[in-house]
Write a protein that binds this ligand. Sequence first.
Ligand SMILES: *Cc1c(COP(=O)(O)O)cnc(C)c1O
Length: 384
Amino acid sequence: MSTALESALLPVYPPVPVTFVDGDGVWLTDADGRRYLDFAAGIAVVGLGHRHPAPLAAAKAQLDRLWHVSNLYGTEPAAALAGRLSERFAAGASGLGAHAFFCNSGAEANEAALKYARKATGKPGVIALEQSFHGRTTGALAVTGQPGKRAGFEPLLPGPRFAVPNDVDSLHAAASDDVGLILLEPVLGEGGVIPLDPAFVAAAAALAAELGALLAFDEVQTGVGRTGTFFAWEGLGVRPHLVTLAKGLANGLPIGCLLVADDAPAGFAVGDHASTFGGNPVVCAAAAAVCDTIDETLLANVRANGKRLADGLGSLPGVVEVRGSGLLVGAELTGPAAPIVAAALEAGLVCLTSGANVLRLAPPLVASAEDVDRALAILTEVTV
Ligand SMILES: *Cc1c(COP(=O)(O)O)cnc(C)c1O
């Protein structure tokens, strides 16, 4: 394994075990020329695989035309991407479209959702879930249900209440008249890969209606095909008012997006929110190409190989339970997952943890059955 380059970076990340220099499809290459099968995809970001020709060509063409003008003016790629996302929303929501606000990250997309709900409802309260993850900015962190991540930074936004995932009673216990937003991840990606039950999501939608609150899905990790549908909420039987996207949307270029359903209460007016880089033409051109590439064939691949991966993980030693949706799969282990992730990296497989005891796999959506079997073979080797 290559040694890490000497770093002048602030040490907020764990020590770097390897420095990657090239990517190609589901493969990464380190500085020593060693190849790794990438089942992390930059934490569920590089959905089409490294250097996919469609976003690569779109970004290169846009780099040669126009990089930036600010949102005081129009650009073709941002308008085109908003149109693509509205069409995708309509396809999952019986014809009802959505309008987009573009920013640069998942946390920013959730900040936009928090502000939108506050403006639209006039109410500051938020119900989120224990173990949830919504980002590291102070607003997104305030509604993140992991006390360890909030520690040292409080007081944050006042008023969030946390319900237990899939526990309808705790959801009702968190209800209050001042709640203007219920914020849910369809699958809790950082909190142990916990898929929400359709019944729990239906109860959240009913509660939002009762309280006059907006229902938002944080699809930063689950969106853009990761679970085998374009949006994960398509499989849950509930249409949200707000959806946030980021990770996979531009296949590795930075982007965030708040989508507001066309029947949501009015929120933002001119001057209420903005982002200098949001809607960047190069990034939006890449993202539009990503949207165009995620077709029914690719989504069927995600569902089939997600199942293959989950089934295979279920027969590994030390696996207590396999959870997830599509190609976002978690295997809860009898012990800590970090040593398995480290051993897998040593053996040529890049994968992730999710919480202490869960091994998380989020390969590119284009991963083949052969790639899945190769990953399972490496995991079998390192878990025995
Ligand atoms: C990664 C993630 C975020 C934060 O995204 P950043 O781009 O790191 O700000 C928010 N919500 C979910 C569900 C995520 O997985």
